[in-house]
Design a protein around this ligand. Sequence first.
Ligand code: SF4
Ligand code: SF4
Length: 89
Amino acid sequence: MAVKKVKKEFAVTVAEKRCKGCGICIELCPKKVLELAYPQMKCRVVRIQDCIGCLMCELHCPDFAILCKPKEITPAAPDEKPAARGKGA
Ligand code: SF4
Ligand code: SF4
């Protein structure tokens, strides 16, 4: 049986009130997920699909303003049958 790889997805949130726009998270993010928004000078998430959940942003933010969490993946119920099957199924 073939094993299907599932790409893990992450949710990154920035608490704007805490963010002072220092840019540390933006510099450290290896996937360029974050940018500085002008003129607000706050970090914002621009490429969430590229996030690998490394937590560099969360662990290095001096103001605890950014959080990264894995998204919940709901697996199909074991007794759930595929919607479309071939003839005779
Ligand atoms: S490291 Fe924290 S305070 Fe600095 S820009 Fe990123 S979220 Fe904002
Ligand atoms: S968890 Fe890693 S990849 Fe995702 S936004 Fe933060 S630094 Fe970038």
